[in-house]
Ligand binder design. Structure first.
Ligand code: NAD
Length: 428
């Protein structure tokens, strides 16, 4: 399969943006490497009494703009290259939305679908005991990602605080509301994506599309991000004609009844066989004729292998790395605009930042306040990225990297000389 390494692709884009901005060599070099990579192994007792050794990673890419920030993924395909790429995208993403955080990411190689809740809890706590020395509310703040959720974040907070005899809620975000979680965090990534999409449409970047009403939308991945995005698009009057999860896909050309699909998935664990739809494969739905294609699962959903089959009017990349670098260029040549992950899904880390801020200030913002702040940030930075792409005659993805690298470089020069940075360095 002709798939590019996500980490190499991220570095190529960083090079390209750095060249265009002519940034100083030391900043460029720092962005091309990771700050720290931790590989841990830890034994966990399974329910049948056997002991299994798990492998996990925490990669900290860059903290020139603030503490490292990024989710923890539980998946059988987790590997160092993937975690490095995800950490690098976090650095870019935080800078694209102009929040004072850097990039990090973590993951454990496991199959959460085959584990009991007790096993998942023991594994989470074991992982936290290994990474505890390098995380913390002013150092590195994890969050949920694929197959992790608010419950997992609760275990992380509890175990971290047990390790250090502390009561630090700001060590992770995406927590349950009763543990200092933020209003709106669960839907933040999808809602942020919707705000971005509306701005892109408003600024006339999608030919022939001026509203979401009746637009044909296809969503790959029906979890936190894809499932909620499908619901929000449905509520906006869009026709969500196909959705998928890891087990398969469903289609209805007249538009799926998304609340019904959500109920079906809750009951049966998959979207397949939902009444009022026809079953299809994941590959087939990516190739459907639609206005907006939304990959919201894993990396490399659209690659050079299937890019010529894509018939969408535009792609909103809610999944990290879902469109490979080469496929991105090809889509752009075909006139299909791709709104890249580092902008499209940055609503998640933005509300994570709000949660962290609320925890540090011991405050709780209303949902309305969270939504208003999120909307302002997403729309403002979408405009800036689109404008930068247009002025530089580059893809929206490269436009986003140019915005991010320029912000990182600006901060790096100031911070290097400041006592705050030197004090923060000592912590690391
Ligand atoms: P999730 O675990 O809640 O859901 C993942 C979904 O993808 C599930 O429905 C799963 O069945 C589906 N899936 C897995 N493999 C698939 C495949 N091959 N084809 C189709 N569907 C498949 O995860 P999530 O939080 O929704 O994350 C989805 C993507 O969004 C990831 O790339 C993640 O890194 C990114 N992201 C998530 C957040 C967040 O706040 N959760 C923030 C930014 C980016």
């Amino acid at each position: 399969m002709n798939q590019s390494s996500p980490y190499e692709s991220a570095k190529e884009l960083l090079e390209e943006a750095s060249d265009r901005l002519r940034i100083e060599d030391w900043i460029r070099e720092a962005l091309m490497m990771t700050h720290r990579e931790l590989h841990v192994t830890f034994p966990i007792e399974m329910d049948d009494g056997s002991i299994k050794i798990f492998n996990g990673y925490r990669v900290q890419h860059n903290h020139m703009r603030g503490p490292f920030k990024g989710g923890i993924r539980y998946h059988w395909d987790v590997n160092l290259d993937e975690v490095r790429a995800l950490a690098t995208w976090m650095t870019i993403k935080c800078a694209v939305v102009d929040i004072p955080l850097g990039g990090g990411k973590g993951g454990v190689v496991c199959n959460p679908k085959d584990m009991s809740e007790k096993e998942l809890e023991r594994m989470t706590r074991g992982f936290v005991r290994r990474i505890a020395p390098v995380i913390g509310s002013s150092i590195d703040i994890p969050a949920p990602d694929v197959y992790t959720n608010a419950k997992v974040m609760r275990w992380i907070v509890e175990e971290y605080n047990k390790c250090f005899g502390k009561k630090d809620l700001a060590v992770v975000t995406g927590k349950p509301l009763d543990m200092g979680g933020s209003e709106g965090r669960e839907e933040a990534t999808a809602l942020g994506g919707l705000y971005v999409l509306k701005q892109v449409i408003k600024e006339g970047f999608v030919k022939g599309v001026d509203t979401l009403k009746d637009k044909r939308v296809v969503v790959q991945g029906f979890g936190n991000v894809g499932g909620i995005f499908a619901r929000l698009a449905f509520e906006e009057g869009a026709k969500v004609i196909a959705v998928s999860d890891s087990k398969g896909a469903i289609v209805n050309n007249e538009g799926l009844d998304i609340p019904k699909v959500i109920q079906h998935k809750k009951k049966n664990g998959c979207v397949g066989d939902c009444s009022g739809s026809t079953n299809a494969t994941n590959e087939q739905i990516l190739e459907l004729d639609c206005d907006i294609l939304v990959p919201a699962a894993l990396e490399n959903a659209i690659t050079t292998e299937n890019v010529r089959m894509i018939k969408a009017g535009m792609v909103l990349e809610l999944g990290n790395g879902s469109v490979s670098a080469n496929a991105d260029k090809r889509l752009s040549k075909k006139g299909i605009i791709v709104i890249p992950d580092v902008l499209a899904n940055a609503g998640g880390v933005t509300v994570s930042y709000f949660e962290w801020k609320q925890n540090l200030a011991k405050k709780h913002w209303s949902k309305e306040e969270v939504y208003n702040k999120l909307e302002r940030i997403m729309k403002r930075n979408t405009s800036l990225v689109l404008d930068t792409a247009k002025k530089n005659k580059v893809t929206v993805r490269l436009g986003a990297y140019i915005v991010a690298v320029s912000r990182i470089a600006e901060k790096a020069k100031i911070e290097l000389k400041s006592s705050h940075y030197q004090c923060f360095e000592k912590l690391l």
